[in-house]
Design a protein around this ligand. Structure first.
Ligand SMILES: [Zn+2]
Length: 421
């Protein structure tokens, strides 16, 4: 059977705007959103007034920095504050198409217009094409993911099998009998399916017909991607978004990071101050989606990434988010310096004798102290490790070398044991 071309083409002209067109487009979208939201969302009006933010003064994209950041925690609280999800919605609950509930607990409204969650261009970019039978393994019950990812498949004229998180044997049986060519789900579940199939003696390349996978909601390591692609002989690409705003970014065939979607404006901000950072600097992903129904303006996702504007071979001109390198809540500020787990990981990766590591932060007498635990047998490169650590992280930890398997089975990369009273 000949395979479809899944590597070429672009879904929307907005993906290839040049830099000045894109700026203009974003500016128009933001202006419209801000004035609409100010007019129809009680909560947005309150917040803008409190911050003395005047829409008339919104002239360039960078003026957005005058609007306070909206943290997820605030959103949870806000939603309990009365009708229209605490006044944030610009219409009544009954005028929506669906309302989901995701952990928090937090309600996720879905309006009635087409491509509400904005994943269609993402699915095209990943490689889904008309006529694909696609198995969606995300939950359809109360959480938005299942239906959220069905929408782009309908728009691309694919057929959907709403499998949800049913057991592996059933999933594999469906995949085989219907010659399913697309998978939508988490990377770990796809790996689980591979293992179960291998146990049953199913040949992943000959007995199954998968060609493309859209994975999300978990970290996809390059190692895992390569394994999955080899095992199934498929293209595995990821999308990035949240249950609140929908699609934020997606990979293309060239795996150069996540092209930022045209349906939102993304900033990378300092996690404490909300001040936008320069391209390439790691900070919190802050999203304003051009959604007039549920105007999440400068919504802080808690994810850490950076912006890359170098050209991509796919032809899309949108800036890209580098990988999601971590979460704000796993980041610690030690002696005034942000320590990101991914930075430590990069240092540790240079020492293959280090099996596992953990940083512990304490503050005896009110002064921060950092201990770096490593598991290694017969470790001889202490000076080299300390040198590299100081160079990259700008701090000098106390090093403690442990025998392999000393640390607990599950550990947080940075264990913050400081007390503040
Ligand atoms: Zn690209």
């Amino acid at each position: 059977m000949t395979r479809k071309d899944r590597t070429e083409g672009i879904y929307s002209r907005r993906e290839v705007l040049d830099e000045s067109e894109r700026k203009q487009y974003n500016l128009i979208q933001l202006k419209e959103l801000l004035s609409y939201a100010y007019r129809y969302s009680e909560d947005v009006k309150k917040r803008f007034d409190r911050a003395q933010f005047n829409i008339e003064k919104f002239k360039t994209l960078s003026d957005i920095k005058h609007i306070p950041i909206l943290k997820k925690k605030e959103l949870i609280f806000l939603q309990t504050m009365g009708p229209r999800l605490g006044g944030l919605l610009t219409k009544d609950i009954g005028e929506l198409r669906r309302i989901f509930l995701s952990p928090g607990p937090i309600f996720d409204p879905e309006d009635r217009h087409d491509d509400y969650w904005g994943y269609t261009e993402a699915f095209y970019s990943v490689g889904f094409r008309p006529g694909d039978p696609v198995q969606v393994t995300f939950n359809y019950h109360l959480a938005p993911a299942g239906l959220m990812f069905e929408e782009p498949l309908r728009n691309l004229s694919c057929a959907t099998i709403p499998a949800g998180p049913v057991d592996a044997a059933t999933q594999l049986d469906i995949m085989q009998k219907l010659r399913v060519s697309g998978y939508v789900g988490t990377p770990s579940f796809l790996m689980h399916l591979a293992q179960k199939a291998e146990e049953k003696g199913i040949d992943l390349r000959k007995d199954l017909f998968l060609e493309v996978a859209f994975v999300t909601s978990e970290r996809l390591t390059e190692k895992m991607r390569t394994q999955l692609e080899k095992k199934f002989d498929i293209i595995v690409r990821q999308g990035y978004g949240t249950a609140d705003v929908g699609c934020i970014g997606y990979e293309c065939y060239h795996k150069n990071g996540l092209h930022i979607s045209n349906r939102c404006y993304v900033e990378i901000c300092h996690p404490d101050t909300g001040i936008p950072l320069k391209d390439g600097e790691v900070g919190e992903v802050v999203v304003t989606s051009f959604n007039k129904t549920y105007p999440l303006i400068r919504f802080a996702t808690g994810d850490l990434s950076y912006i890359d504007r170098t050209p991509c071979a796919c032809g899309r001109t949108s800036p890209r988010l580098g990988n999601i390198v971590g979460r704000v809540d796993t980041t610690a500020r030690i002696k005034g310096i942000f320590v990101y787990p991914h930075q430590v990981e990069q240092v540790m990766a240079r020492f293959e004798e280090i099996k596992r590591w953990q940083i512990e932060v304490t503050n005896p007498g009110g002064i921060d102290e950092m201990t770096l635990y490593i598991e290694a047998s017969n470790f001889k490169r202490e000076d080299e490790l300390m040198h590299l650590f100081r160079e990259r992280i700008k701090l000098r930890p106390e090093l403690k070398i442990l025998a392999p398997a000393t640390l607990p089975a599950t550990i947080r990369p940075i264990e913050d044991k400081r007390t503040w009273d």
